[in-house]
Each structure stands twice: as structure tokens, then as C-alpha cells.
Design a protein around this ligand. Structure first.
Ligand SMILES: Cc1cc2nc3c(=O)[nH]c(=O)nc-3n(C[C@H](O)[C@H](O)[C@H](O)COP(=O)(O)OP(=O)(O)OC[C@H]3O[C@@H](n4cnc5c(N)ncnc54)[C@H](O)[C@@H]3O)c2cc1C
Length: 375
């Protein structure tokens, strides 16, 4: 295979946005994605895409009009309540941060990239600097590739490319979000819809939270955010594979002092999935440049979810694509140096903000979050 100038590892929002932008600029690239095909892994919640970051990247990629056809502009409202169900604030209507399901965003980007530019079923297992500072890539399917001038690690939280720069690995925050669904057929669908409306409802109390958010198909997704050990859902002595066991665990150990309406959300929740929340540290930022490599998105600056992750990931892609176009593929070192100098302060900002949000969101009461929203 004749290697193109740029290899992008990871076909998430970051990698695909970069691919589309390079496509628009006529710069050759290949994306390597671990998913077996575009039809696998079709899950993920709703993401709000902000005007000055995510939408700007889509605009530069020539995809803003198509995005607007899918985006849910009515779903930006936000309600905050306490654990007894008292509504404290209802805000956010008309924000320039429309929602789109992750699957739809991915499809929109995939449809704008030639199929032959994405290598599915390629899980990167190792990245090294080979002869003459040439990056070398190893994949779990036995493929070994070299000859790229630049490898962009857009391979998310557990990036394999990151090890080229640093030993830093994400640290567990002490909190896990248990995702679950309330479908339209659920007996509590109507009451859930009346509480959360078209947008997002957050309840905070006793160091825990419940987020309820409408999805593109009209169902609701709940996140039960709880303090629990890192590997509880992997190594528990309890049999936690059953829905009833998880419901009992939440009701008796975490939400016993919450009002009945929240407990009902738990009693009717289905399809639980655990998201232990991890973050990189600000101390991890500012690595020394390595010829032929860079990082973008969560691979570069994984933070506690704070509503910015996907937007910053797409902004990284926008800035990197501009720098590559400005300096050309014969001067990628300069492009990367300027991109990273711009990216690190944003990375430090989002990691710090994520940590601060953790204290506010998993608080004894919702007052700090209320102040933030009121401000
Ligand atoms: C529970 C939860 C809720 C969130 N909610 C929001 C929200 O509301 N708003 C928001 O802005 N952000 C949210 N985020 C954060 C957001 O999802 C991320 O910041 C965003 O997806 C980062 O995009 P990315 O492309 O950098 O990484 P990812 O979306 O993680 O994509 C990485 C891609 O790389 C692929 N990959 C991984 N490893 C390899 C490998 N070794 N080889 C090849 N391919 C690989 C993956 O399959 C994936 O396609 C949330 C995160 C979580 C966990």
C-alpha cells in the first residue's frame, strides 16, 4: 500500500471531522477504526453541538446545513431539581447548542468521506517511531504499516497513540454513571416526558445525581451517577448482570432517601450499562513533541463529561486541519507544533472544568449548580 501523508487512528467525532476537513482541502489521509464496520457499535447518547466550536467545524466541513436537518433545536431546555423533586430552575431554551444523537453525527460524517478512506476492523495495538523518524503502526489483525508523515491519535480515552508521548493514563474519578432507558412503551414514559420535556432534567442530592435526557427517537436516557469503586461492575461478588439486581442496588444503597418519582425511574429502567468516569490530569498536558505524531480529542485531553468533550474534539480537528493546510504536508512538524501550542491551554481548561463539575454535580445538594446556572 502506498501510504498517504496522514493516518488518523479512530473514527469517532474527532477522527471523522478531521478526515472530512482534509478531504475538503485535498490532503490525502486514511482512517483506521477498530469497529468492524459502520453498522457496528450503533449506540451512544445525545450530544449538544455548540455554535462556536462543534458547529464551526461542521460549517468548515461543508456539513452545517445537513447537520441542521438532523439537529434538535427544541431540545436545549434544562431543568434542575433536588432529590425530593422540587424544581429549582428551568432554563436553556433557544441555546445555540442543538442536540444530535451520536449515531446520527457519525453517519453524517461518514456519508461525507469516501468509503475507501476508512479501514474498518483495524484496532491499533502499538505505535512506534521507526527508521528515519518514520511512524510505524501495528494492528491487532496482524497488519503493520509505515510510510505516513503524520499519525493523528484520535482513538479516544484509552488511546494507544498516547504512549508515544507520555506514560500518563486516565484516572478513575470515583464516580460511575449507570446508563439506562425509558422507552415510549414504558408505563412511566408520560410522566418522564412531562418532567424532562424535550431537553434534559438533572436532579442532585446526597452526593449522587440523576440525568434524564430525551433522545432522537423520543425515548429517554437516564444516567444514575453514583460514588462506587472503579471495578465494582466488572469484579463484583454480586451477580449484577440482571436488571432487577441493579435496580435493587440503586434503590437500597444509593437512592433510598430520594422521592418516589425518582425511585420509579429506577424501578422501570432497562438496559443498564456502566460508564466509570475517568480523566487525565492537567499535569499530563504539555508533552514534548514527537516527530510524526500528535493527539486530538479525548486521546489528548480526556475530561469528566462537562458538555464540551465532543465540541473540543471537533475543534481540535478544525485547528489541526487548518495548520496542515497552511504549512503543507512537507512541513507537518511546524503544523503540529503550532496546533499543539494552541491545544494545550484548551486541554488544561476542559480537564480543570470537568473536575470542578464533578464536585458540583455529585454534591450533597444542588445549590452550587443552581448558582452556576443562575449566573
Ligand atoms: C457517559 C458519557 C456522556 C457524555 N456526554 C457528553 C455530552 O453530552 N456532550 C459532550 O460534548 N461530550 C459528552 N461526552 C464526551 C464525548 O463523548 C467525548 O468527548 C467525545 O466522544 C470525544 O470524541 P473522540 O472522537 O475524541 O473520541 P471517541 O468518541 O471515544 O472516539 C474514538 C474512536 O476511536 C476508536 N478507537 C479506540 N481505540 C482504538 C484503537 N486502538 N484502534 C482504532 N480505533 C480505536 C473508537 O472505536 C472510536 O470510534 C460524554 C462521555 C461519556 C462517557
Amino acid at each position: 500500500m502506498d501510504a498517504p501523508a496522514i493516518a488518523i487512528i479512530g473514527g469517532g467525532p474527532c477522527g471523522l471531522t478531521l478526515a472530512r476537513l482534509l478531504e475538503c482541502k485535498g490532503i490525502d489521509y486514511l482512517v483506521f477504526e477498530r469497529d468492524a464496520s459502520e453498522y457496528s457499535n450503533r449506540s451512544g447518547g445525545s450530544l449538544d453541538i455548540h455554535g462556536e466550536t462543534g458547529q464551526q467545524a461542521l460549517d468548515e466541513a461543508g456539513l452545517l446545513d445537513e447537520f441542521k436537518r438532523h439537529a434538535r433545536y427544541d431540545d436545549t431546555s434544562f431543568t434542575l431539581s433536588d432529590k425530593l423533586g422540587k424544581r429549582l430552575i428551568h432554563t436553556g431554551q433557544g441555546r445555540d447548542a442543538p442536540e444530535i444523537d451520536r449515531v446520527e453525527l457519525r453517519q453524517l460524517l461518514l456519508d461525507a468521506i469516501p468509503k475507501e478512506k476508512i479501514r474498518w476492523g483495524h484496532t491499533l495495538t502499538g505505535a512506534t517511531i521507526g527508521h528515519g523518524n518514520n511512524p510505524s503502526l501495528e494492528f491487532s489483525n496482524g497488519v503493520v504499516l509505515s510510510g505516513f508523515k503524520l499519525v493523528v491519535g484520535a482513538d479516544g480515552a484509552w488511546s494507544k497513540v498516547r504512549s508515544v508521548f507520555t506514560d500518563a493514563t486516565p484516572k478513575y474519578s470515583g464516580k460511575t454513571n449507570l446508563e439506562s432507558s425509558i422507552d415510549k412503551e414504558s408505563p412511566i414514559y408520560d410522566i418522564t416526558a412531562s418532567k424532562a420535556g424535550p431537553g434534559t432534567h438533572v436532579a442532585i442530592g446526597s452526593g449522587k445525581l440523576i440525568v434524564t435526557q430525551r433522545q432522537g427517537n423520543g425515548s429517554y436516557r437516564n444516567y444514575f451517577g453514583i460514588p462506587i469503586s472503579e471495578d465494582f461492575f466488572r469484579n463484583s461478588a454480586m451477580d449484577i448482570s440482571g436488571t432487577e439486581t441493579i435496580r435493587d442496588l440503586l434503590l437500597s444503597n444509593f437512592y433510598a432517601d430520594w422521592s418516589d418519582e425518582y425511585q420509579n425511574l429506577i424501578r422501570h429502567a432497562t438496559r443498564f450499562r456502566a460508564w466509570p468516569l475517568y480523566t487525565l490530569s492537567v499535569k499530563d498536558m504539555g508533552w514534548k513533541s514527537v516527530p510524526g505524531f500528535t493527539l486530538a480529542g479525548d486521546a489528548a485531553h480526556l475530561a469528566i463529561p462537562n458538555g464540551e468533550g465532543v465540541n473540543l474534539a471537533m475543534t481540535d480537528s478544525l485547528k489541526l486541519a487548518f495548520k496542515i493546510a497552511e504549512h503543507g504536508t512537507d512541513n507537518l512538524a511546524q503544523a503540529v507544533q503550532e496546533y499543539e501550542a494552541d491545544m494545550f491551554p484548551r486541554a488544561v481548561g476542559t480537564i480543570s472544568e470537568g473536575k470542578a463539575m464533578l464536585d458540583i454535580m455529585y454534591a450533597e445538594d444542588p445549590q452550587s449548580f443552581l448558582q452556576l446556572l443562575s449566573g
